[in-house]
Structure formats: structure tokens, C-alpha cells
Write a protein that binds this ligand. Structure first.
Ligand code: SF4
Ligand code: MSK
Length: 676
């Protein structure tokens, strides 16, 4: 047969369809703008490159030089015995479990190393080695000290006095740093979980010893020829994930609050439209707030605003991407200009004078995009550099934090006059209320009189609030940007489920205008709408960044403590979700939600589908061990309905499934609950 001649025509690069790539109009406009300018973005790359099926199923092993060993799931499924194995004999279940817990190790390491870096800055501040930081929340310092078993008072001449704040801060910093590598004992914050939860972990043998050790042990156990039982492998994954959620991430959040201030509700805006054509736009991107805190102070100072005006700009406009955005939004009201998938687009506006990045979720392609514009791209972290020549590295050190921040702000301002291409900033932006946390939920929904979550619990018991949804996580270029996030959240609030959000889900909800009290009357069921309107809160509460998922854990622990909804997190009418997850951190978060007793649904895909026995263990058997379990649901509405079905199951188990609308729990019942 004659061979068909190959076409000499150059193949035209496949480009993304803006409308099917994102639900967000600003994003759609900028995708088209990028294509018009010939600048490639992740949306185009996602069209050009398809993921590997076997990797997606979790059954490709490259843990030794004899692989990769690829174990695809037969199209017809597995009938009878599953004989698939790698060269060493590793089964699909072993391979998928090893891969899964290596993802947990990657995610837990990222969160926890972030926490360690914060703890080191905390120590410098406590020891007065730097003037740039000081203790901003001494009340939280005392609270955290107690959980670290540090005395907060001293006896002087028979009198009990509060310990000096500076001295206490040093003690807290030292003890906190020990949590990463202490030789004995267990992660101290594990005891912040409800007693029943802690006992479950004890019984299962998964209380973390220290944060680092559990991550290292995953790497050991997944080396060729070590742990070959998927149940034993995931047990170690569980221990490391708890060490993340109730250890590294929780320490990061708490120390950041003590050092930078505990967030309280504030108003700002979100989406690319927050950038300003006539101002210097400095975009902060990444995760660690230690530098961005100082950049906010420097950039808003009169000195640097005047300097910007001297260069012809109207001032400096800070905005953020990813979780550094969430950190500076929560504490200062700096507006987020986009989610994870919009980072290239912020530069393509032509108005980004500098983008400063620290760690995690930063595309290497930012350097290529920045090279097409005047944008200065600045890396700041010793562990996160880029190879491209146009990237400037200004290594941040807390001992000269202000000088570093000033260099960065000056670079941005001086670059304003170098704007070369036409500026195109989408108009879209939404008003939002952010800055929620465990304390502010208590204040708004608990009331200062009782100082706890009683009112929230009452509203759950009487059915106005059906339950709690923790919806978090990334964007994923394999699915339509923000569609899953928004549909899941809207379906939940429509059904009276209050949503606690963090990470890129929080930014997506912000862009969609769901973070305002007014949203309640438009999108919520009548019960949730009534509660939100009465107390003046949005139905979707922004709790912060990825490490701040620890706030969701602590909020859940507070709900248990307030009474009337069981003794453990697994008793609560609550469910977790990451509709568009992509990072290893999301897997670690998902797993510590599950290990904490939360039914947790992921969207897009989950890399366990090629190992049905292991998948079944996570999706079903886990509930018997921990009360929480994994699930996968790609369709956002079904995804939300599965969460609601679980919430209803828990309401039934608690005996609060019957309509009890408008019935507030009276004091006698309350006392009975407390003594139960
Ligand atoms: Fe293959 Fe086993 Fe090596 Fe994995 S560890 S690559 S399954 S031989
Ligand atoms: S930034 S980890 S994309 S949430 Fe925390 Fe967003 Fe996911 Fe990064």
C-alpha cells in the first residue's frame, strides 16, 4: 500500500477556546488577548498536551531504575484476580498507595516547610534580632503557649502574674521549632482535636511523632522493596497528613497570626480589574507572608507612594495571586487579582510593573511571559529560583526585611515608565468581605456573651443551617477554570449549607461575588439567608490561604466543643471538597480532612482509579477506621449533592433531621447537652 506523504505544512499550534477554558469573563478576555499577541499560556498548553492515562490512574511506578513500570487498568476492568505487577512484583495497589502517600509527603513538606520558615522569623522577632516584625497578637500568643505546654504565668512574691510577652514569645518560638524534629513525644497540637478524635488516632497508631519524621518515613517506606501493603502505606500517609494539618500548617497559621495579626473581616475587591492603568502595579504571588507583609507596609508608606508619583504614576497598586494574595487580603485588604490559573494573565495586561514571587504554585512559564512585556519578575526565596536570564533574584532575609522590600518596590516603580505594549486590563472585579477566622466566626455567630459557637450550633440544630461545607483548593487546567468551584459552592448555599473556603476556591468565590452578605438573599436557601442577613455575614466565609485550612479544623473542633452535635468531627453535619484540585498539598489537605473525620469529595480526577482495591479502601473502608472517607465526583452539582446527602445522613444520626425550624435550644436543654 502506498504510504501517505507527510504534509509539509507547518502545524499550527492548537489554541485554547477562551469560553470553554474559563467561566470568568476577565480570564476569557485575557486568553484571547494572549493569543492575539502570540503569547502562550497554560490554557493553550493544556490543549496541546494531554495527560498520561496511567499516571492519572496512579499506577505508573518510577521508584527505581528498572521502571517506569506501567500498570494500566484494562478497558474491560479487572475480572477475577488482578495479576498486574511491576518488575519487582509491586501490585497496582502498592504502586498507587506509594504514589498517593508520596503526594502527601510532597504536600505536607510544602506546608510544613512554610511553617518552619515562619517559625524561624518568629524566633528572630522574639529575640529582637529584627525590627521589622513584632508580636501583634499577644492574646493569641498566650493561647498558643498553653497548647504547647508552656506556662503563661509566673509566681512573684506569692502573686500570680502574666509572663512577660517577649520572654513568652521566645519560649513559644523555641518549643514550636522543636515540633519539626523533636526526638520524643508527639505533635502537641494533636490534642487540639476533640478528645474522641485524638483517641481514634491513638487507637490507629497515627498520632504524628514530629512533623519532619513522618515525611521522611514516607520516602523510606516507598523506596523499592520496603512497605508492600497498601493499608500499611496509607497508615503512614495518614500520620504525615495529620502532622501537616494539626502540625506544620496549624503552626504556620498560629505563628503568622501572632506575628502579623489575627484576621478580622474587611472589605476589598477581587479579579484582574483591581489592577490600575495609571498606577504602578506590583503583584505579589506565592504563599509565605513574611516578605509580603513588609512589602505592604513599604508600598503603602508616604515615602514610596510619593516616589511613585514622582515617576508619573498616581501611586502604587498592590494586588495578589494565589495564597500570598489570601494572606495579605486577610490582614490588610490587599485585593487579589487572580487565582492560580490567572498568574500569566496578570502580566499579559501589560500593566504589571513587577511580580514578586516566593514559594509554591509559581509557573516557570511566568519568566517567558514576562520576557514578552516590560514586567520585572523577582524571585525571593533561596529554595525557589528560576533558570531564565530575565528573572531577578533578591534573596529575602528577615534581618534586612525592610531593605529587601524597598528594593523590590523601587524596581517596580522605576519600571513604570518602561511600559512598552498597549495596556489592557479587564474591567471585571467584585466587591468582597474577607478576613474570617476561628475568632471572627465565634464573634459573629457565637456572640461575645457566651464566647463560643453556641449560636452557630443552635442554627444547625434548628435546621436553618443544614450543615457546613469546607470547599477549598486549586484551579486545574484540565477542567474549566472556576466552573467546578462556583457550581459546587452555589449548590451548597442554595441548600442552606454554609461554606468555609480557603485557597484558590476563596479567590474564585470572591471573583464571582459570593463573598458578600448581599449574596445571601440571591443564592442561599431561606434558612441560611436568614442567618446571614441577621448577623451580616456572607454565606461563604473566606478563611485564608492553604495553610489556613487548619482554621477549618479548629472551627470544626469548636463546633464539637460548643455541644449538641456529637462528640467528634465525624459526628458533625459537615463535608469537605476540592472541586478543581491539582497540587500535592491538596492531597495532603484532603487526607487530613478525611483522617479528621470529614467526608471529602475531590473533583477532576484522583490518582487511585487504576487500583480499585486501594481506591475502595480510601472510599469505603476508611470510614470504619476514621469516620471520614474520600470520594471523587467530577460533575459539580452531583459533587455538591453527595456532600449534602452526607450532611443529611449525619443530621439523621444526630436526631436533628426533623424540621425544627425556629426552635432555639433553651437553657435547660443546653445544660443537659453540656452534662452529656
Ligand atoms: Fe518497577 Fe518495582 Fe522499580 Fe517500581 S519499584 S519501577 S514497580 S521495579
Ligand atoms: S494557591 S495550592 S493553587 S489553592 Fe495556595 Fe491555589 Fe492550590 Fe496553589
Amino acid at each position: 500500500m502506498e504510504k501517505k506523504a507527510k504534509s509539509k505544512e507547518p502545524t499550527k499550534a492548537k489554541l485554547a477556546n477562551a469560553e470553554t477554558a474559563s467561566i470568568d469573563e476577565a480570564t476569557q478576555q485575557m486568553i484571547l488577548r494572549a493569543q492575539e499577541l502570540g503569547v502562550e499560556t497554560i490554557f493553550d498548553r493544556a490543549v496541546a498536551m494531554k495527560p498520561c492515562n496511567i499516571g492519572t490512574q496512579g499506577t505508573c511506578c518510577k521508584n527505581c531504575g528498572m521502571g517506569p513500570c506501567r500498570l494500566p487498568l484494562p478497558k474491560s476492568g479487572i475480572e477475577g484476580e488482578d495479576n498486574r505487577k511491576g518488575l519487582c512484583g509491586a501490585t497496582a495497589n502498592t504502586i498507587a498507595a506509594r504514589n498517593f502517600i508520596r503526594m502527601i509527603a510532597g504536600g505536607a513538606a510544602a506546608h510544613s516547610d512554610h511553617g518552619r520558615a515562619v517559625a524561624e522569623v518568629f524566633m528572630s522577632a522574639a529575640r529582637k534580632e529584627t525590627d521589622a516584625y513584632r508580636i501583634k497578637d499577644p492574646i493569641k500568643l498566650r493561647e498558643v503557649a498553653k497548647w504547647l505546654d508552656i506556662p503563661t504565668t509566673v509566681e512573684v512574691d506569692g502573686e500570680t502574674l502574666d509572663r512577660d510577652t517577649d520572654e513568652l514569645a521566645v519560649a513559644v518560638g523555641e518549643k514550636a521549632l522543636g515540633e519539626w524534629g523533636k526526638a520524643e513525644g508527639e505533635v502537641l497540637f494533636a490534642k487540639r482535636a476533640p478528645k474522641a478524635r485524638y483517641e481514634t488516632w491513638k487507637k490507629q497508631g497515627v498520632v504524628p511523632r514530629n512533623i519532619d519524621r513522618e515525611i521522611v518515613e514516607i520516602m523510606h517506606r516507598t523506596h523499592i522493596g520496603v512497605d508492600q501493603d497498601y493499608r500499611n502505606l496509607i497508615k503512614q500517609g495518614t500520620r504525615a497528613a495529620i502532622g501537616d494539618g494539626w502540625g506544620g500548617s496549624m503552626l504556620a497559621t498560629e505563628l503568622q497570626d501572632i506575628l502579623f495579626g489575627t484576621p478580622y473581616p474587611l472589605a476589598t475587591e477581587a479579579n484582574l480589574g483591581v489592577m490600575k492603568e495609571d498606577m504602578v502595579n506590583l503583584v505579589i504571588h506565592g504563599h509565605e507572608p513574611v516578605l509580603s507583609e513588609i512589602i505592604v507596609t513599604v508600598a503603602s508608606s508616604k515615602k514610596w507612594q510619593d516616589y511613585a508619583r514622582s515617576k508619573g504614576a498616581k501611586g502604587i497598586q498592590l494586588s495578589g495571586i494565589c495564597c500570598t494574595a489570601n494572606e495579605v487580603l486577610q490582614r490588610h485588604g490587599v485585593p487579589p487579582c487572580g487565582t492560580f490559573l490567572q498568574q500569566e494573565l496578570a502580566i499579559i495586561t501589560g500593566a504589571c510593573d513587577a511580580m514578586v514571587v516566593d514559594i509554591q504554585c509559581i509557573f516557570q512559564n511566568l519568566a517567558n511571559v514576562a520576557a514578552c512585556f516590560h514586567t520585572k519578575l523577582i524571585t525571593t526565596h533561596p529554595i525557589a529560583k528560576m533558570e531564565q536570564d530575565n528573572v531577578i533574584h533578591i534573596e529575602f532575609d528577615e534581618h534586612h526585611a525592610v531593605e529587601d522590600a524597598e528594593r523590590i518596590v523601587k524596581l517596580a516603580v522605576d519600571n513604570y515608565e518602561n511600559r512598552s505594549s498597549e495596556v489592557m486590563i479587564p474591567k471585571q472585579k467584585s466587591s468582597i468581605i474577607g478576613g474570617f477566622g476561628v475568632e471572627s466566626i465565634e464573634y459573629h455567630l457565637g456572640g461575645t456573651f457566651r464566647g463560643s459557637y453556641y449560636t452557630l450550633n443552635d442554627n444547625i440544630i434548628n435546621g436553618r443551617i443544614r450543615g457546613i461545607g469546607g470547599v477549598v483548593g486549586c484551579n486545574n487546567a484540565r477542567t474549566r477554570h472556576n466552573e467546578g468551584h462556583i457550581q459546587v459552592v452555589k449548590e451548597l448555599i442554595k441548600n442552606d449549607v454554609i461554606v468555609l473556603t480557603t485557597g484558590c476556591n476563596a479567590i474564585a468565590c470572591a471573583m464571582e461575588g459570593l463573598l458578600t452578605p448581599e449574596t445571601a438573599g440571591v443564592f442561599c436557601g431561606p434558612g441560611l439567608a436568614e442567618v446571614c442577613e441577621t448577623v451580616g455575614i456572607p454565606p461563604v466565609l473566606h478563611l485564608g490561604s492553604c495553610v489556613d485550612n487548619s482554621r477549618i479544623l479548629l472551627a470544626a473542633a469548636e463546633v464539637v466543643k460548643a455541644g449538641g452535635l456529637g462528640n467528634d468531627i465525624s459526628d458533625l453535619p459537615a463535608a469537605g471538597s476540592a472541586p478543581e484540585w491539582m497540587s500535592e498539598k491538596a492531597i495532603s489537605i484532603g487526607h487530613y480532612f478525611v483522617a479528621s473525620g470529614v467526608y471529602t469529595v475531590f473533583g477532576v480526577t484522583l490518582p487511585v482509579s487504576g487500583a480499585p482495591v486501594f481506591q475502595n479502601y480510601l472510599f469505603k473502608e476508611f470510614e470504619k477506621l476514621y469516620g471520614g472517607m474520600w470520594d471523587l465526583e467530577i460533575d459539580p452539582v452531583r459533587h455538591a449533592r453527595k456532600m449534602i446527602a452526607h450532611i443529611d445522613k449525619k443530621r439523621k444520626a444526630l436526631g436533628i433531621d426533623k424540621a425544627r425550624d425556629r426552635i432555639l435550644v433553651d437553657m435547660d436543654t443546653r445544660r443537659a447537652m453540656e452534662s452529656a
